[in-house]
Design a protein around this ligand. Structure first.
Ligand code: GLY
Length: 596
């Protein structure tokens, strides 16, 4: 069941109020697939909390949306505990093996081809999802791991109907479901790609999930499953030879630990946001963009800054370009090397960068700035580097009847990950290590810290950005998106729609999005599907073209036909004591409300 928020006067009524919630509002799940949403709803209906439901959704997504996330990958889980009014991040990002090296994607000094490297075992990071879910359940859950695995086991054992999104991803797989026989056997039985409406049963995956249910998370990281993972990631592409073999060992799996982190906190026009800290760039880059945009009267149509106006789109593009220039140089796993997170968000650092945004004129390609003066330990600036990033992953959001919120973005990196299914165990391995720099960027002379260079045990930089919006110290909305580097821009679009353009969560999700993911990058924009309203008009696109923005094609044409991200969000409406959800038609987004 899809739900549209009745909270039409979002700014005035729904969020500014800090009145206390009614005693028992509904639990709400918003997920990109109905069967995974039903798994979460079932756990809420059985008295589970948002953390329990999130575990069930994550495992179910592995079954019904296996191309996007699963136990062979990693995730960032934002958990807000209502009673304590505290927010935590469970970082179950994949890690590089201890034998990883900075030059492993460029052994001869030249970067490997992305299609080859990303379908080789070399790209497989030590998976974190099982440990992450287990950690969250043990800390804050009320159900067992087995309870939360039950819906996924049923889906894998009994099967489910392939939806049009999974069918399209099999049909347009770039060879990733064809290369390895175990993957082809699941998604192309008898050599025929599964089509929409086909029934998919996954007995090996069911067996793996049952094993985890019976023996606990450790069974994934030690013993026969671990041995099978290590063996599977030794597969390579013939063009790469031994250089394409994965370097993960049994010890890497046995030693995998999640990190519990504080969220990154920032403010925008009186609202507070809690987002992802490094190793994700999601929070820092989002907050930078908001900081750069705050001086513009977004939402004020009288001044030309209404939704989709040339002025609004121009300043969004320029803020994205500036923030992505910094991201390329400064952001990586700051457990491995410090990220200047204070400097990057300092108002005195952002003010001169915001001043680079000129009305009606695309700026020259911006370089990363120098946040060092605002950091305790000085770090100099450096030029940026550009690399390919994947547009995939998944996001879901949950609020339970008590007001606990969980917002999760999880991934196996590219659609279909490495394409390697662990033989006998039925799950895909990630190719997350391709989120690292292929060519090492560290260059002391040029002042480049190599923040995202490969190193043993390091986590590759992510863009995942589960985000919690607060008003008067209380959470009012949670949302996030898949989409590689475009994740951050999808979350920015939705944030501006909510805060500046006065939209409901559903309107904010439906509205077309705009994205640029590199300082020198081209503009991508949406509008090709009926629900994406209001459209970015051709006159507005022409205005952007005349300002020098690339990627929009010929004057007078409609270039806004892309699909960017898939946002699933929840809303806590304190004025009327309701919990609401909103889902994205860019996938099979589904909201289910559960009465207490
Ligand atoms: N692999 C997608 C991300 O972490 O941003």
């Amino acid at each position: 069941m899809s739900l549209r928020s009745p909270c039409t006067r979002w700014l005035a009524l729904c969020l500014f109020s800090s009145s206390v919630l009614a005693a028992s509002p509904d639990g709400v799940v918003a997920v990109s697939h109905p069967a995974a949403a039903a798994a979460g709803a079932r756990i809420l209906a059985a008295g589970g909390n948002a953390i329990d439901a999130a575990a069930a959704v994550q495992f179910a997504l592995n079954v019904v949306e296996p191309q996007s996330s699963g136990i062979g990958g990693g995730a960032f889980m934002l958990v807000h505990l209502a009673k304590a009014n505290e927010t935590f991040i469970v970082d179950s990002r994949e890690r590089a093996p201890t034998k990883a090296s900075a030059d492993m994607f460029a052994p001869d000094g030249l970067p490997m081809s992305f299609p080859l490297a990303s379908t080789s075992g070399l790209a497989v990071g030590v998976p974190g999802t099982v440990r992450g879910v287990d950690t969250a359940l043990k800390r804050w859950g009320t159900k067992t791991l087995a309870d939360t695995l039950a819906p996924a086991i049923e889906l894998a054992e009994r099967g489910f109907r392939v939806n049009r999104f999974l069918a399209a991803d099999i049909a347009n797989d770039g060879g990733r479901t064809q290369r390895h026989p175990e993957t082809a056997a699941i998604f192309r039985p008898g050599g025929v790609p599964l089509a929409e409406g086909d029934w998919l049963v996954q007995p090996e995956l069911a067996g793996t999930l049952k094993r985890i249910a019976a023996k606990g998370a450790d069974t994934f990281y030690r013993g026969e499953i671990a041995r099978a993972i290590v063996k599977a990631q030794q597969r390579t592409r013939s063009e790469l030879g031994d250089a394409g073999k994965g370097r993960m060992t049994l010890a890497d799996l046995a030693q995998y630990r999640v990190a519990l982190r504080e969220p990154l906190i920032g403010r925008y026009r009186g609202w507070t946001l809690a987002g992802m800290p490094p190793p994700s760039s999601g929070g820092l880059t989002l907050l930078q963009m908001l900081g750069l945009l705050e001086r513009f009267p977004l939402g004020d149509a009288a001044q030309g800054y209404g939704f989709g106006s040339p002025k609004t789109l121009h300043v969004m593009i320029e803020a994205m370009r500036l923030a992505f220039a910094d991201r390329a140089v400064w952001i990586g796993d700051d457990d491995a090397a410090p990220v200047p997170r204070h400097g990057l968000l300092h108002p005195e650092y952002l003010a001169p960068r915001a001043a680079l945004i000129k009305a009606g004129q695309r700026m020259e390609t911006p370089q990363a700035g120098d946040p060092a003066p605002w950091e305790p330990a000085a770090v100099p600036p450096a030029p940026s580097r550009i690399r390919q990033e994947s547009p995939h992953t998944t996001h879901f959001s949950i609020v339970d009847r008590w007001g606990n919120v969980v917002s999760v973005t999880s991934t196996i990196e590219f659609t279909w990950g490495s394409g390697i299914t662990v033989p006998g165990y039925g799950f895909l391995l990630n190719n997350e290590l391709t989120d690292f720099n292929f060519l090492p960027a560290a260059d002391a002379a040029a002042g480049n810290p190599g923040a995202n260079d490969v190193a043993p045990g390091k986590r590759p930089r992510s863009s995942m950005a589960p985000t919690l919006l607060f008003r008067d110290g209380k959470p009012v909305a949670a949302y996030g998106s898949p989409g590689g580097a475009t994740i951050i821009n999808s979350v920015l679009n939705v944030t501006l729609n909510l805060v500046d353009h006065g939209m409901t969560m559903q309107q904010a999700i439906d509205a077309p999005r705009l994205s640029v993911t590199h300082a020198a990058g081209k503009v991508s924009c949406e509008g090709g599907q009926d629900f994406m309203r209001p459209r970015f008009g051709i006159a507005a696109q022409d205005a952007l073209r005349s300002q020098g923005h690339a990627g929009l094609g010929e004057t007078g044409t409609d270039a806004c036909k892309e699909t960017i991200g898939s946002v699933q969000g929840i809303v806590i409406d304190r004025a009327v004591g309701e919990h609401l959800g909103a889902a994205d038609a860019r996938r099979e987004g589904t909201v289910i409300r559960v009465r207490p």
